[in-house]
Design a protein around this ligand. Structure first.
Ligand SMILES: [Zn+2]
Ligand SMILES: [Zn+2]
Length: 237
């Protein structure tokens, strides 16, 4: 009896047999309309007047400006989109990594993808999992997604960060999350050898408050990173 008979492939959302994500569920995902999103922070409805990245809002979070130039996300947060990411993290189905990576690659603006021999090539990097989560799951979920995004875009992939253990973010308010994450994302010592980098695209699974990405991008900026952009699977709003 083959593995497929014992553990049949099922849709991550509706359990229908056949594909890791069936065509119907795929067609009904909450795709984010980039034409309506804020060009800076990526908030879904902030194209003309964003309430998420105003100076007052940033001040509340202890920031004077966003440490990245722009952010895009593929999906709104809802039960289904969250379920896909959770199924991938918990079950480790690589085919869901391919799907999530494809979603991200589709929303990365072409101008972020620069291949230039004069040391100006964009690079892909990602927010790695913490060592505790790695031990629990046995793999780094964002590394899997980033590998596929790198091959789809043709850009080189670098692992630039380490993330130290912090309090569980789910119980914290927005400003508490920023305090909790501040300094928790560090550049790996090897990363300093390739800095400054002209263009970096930082990937993460879910943009909740932006605390993790801001901590990572602040570390990149402090080492001379110039054009820093972010792309995530899901945006919470
Ligand atoms: Zn389905
Ligand atoms: Zn904004």
């Amino acid at each position: 009896m083959g593995a497929e008979a014992l553990w049949p492939t099922q849709c991550a959302i509706c359990d229908k047999r056949g594909l890791p994500l069936c065509d119907s569920c795929r067609g009904h995902l909450p795709y984010l309309d980039l034409w309506r999103a804020c060009p800076r922070c990526g908030a879904p409805y902030g194209r003309h007047q964003c309430t998420e990245c105003t100076n007052e809002k940033l001040k509340e979070l202890g920031l004077t400006s966003l440490p990245f130039d722009s952010c895009v996300s593929a999906l709104h947060y809802n039960r289904d989109s969250a379920h896909i990411v959770r199924s991938y993290k918990d079950k480790g189905d690589r085919r869901l990594a391919q799907f999530l990576a494809y979603m991200i690659a589709c929303v990365i603006p072409p101008e972020w993808i620069v291949l230039d021999v004069k040391r100006q090539t964009s690079i892909i990097t990602y927010i790695p999992t913490t060592s505790r989560a790695y031990l629990k799951r046995g793999f780094d979920h964002m590394a899997g997604i980033a590998q596929v995004v790198a091959s789809l875009t043709g850009l080189p992939l670098y692992s630039l960060f380490t993330v130290s253990e912090t309090l569980d973010q789910r119980t914290l308010s927005r400003s508490e999350r920023f305090d909790n994450m501040r300094g928790s994302v560090q550049l790996r010592p090897e990363a300093r050898c390739i800095m400054p980098i002209e263009r970096v695209i930082v990937l993460d699974d879910v943009f909740t408050t932006g605390a993790t990405l801001c901590a990572a991008c602040t570390a990149l900026r402090s080492c001379g990173g110039k054009r820093i952009t972010c792309a995530t699977c899901i945006r919470v709003y």
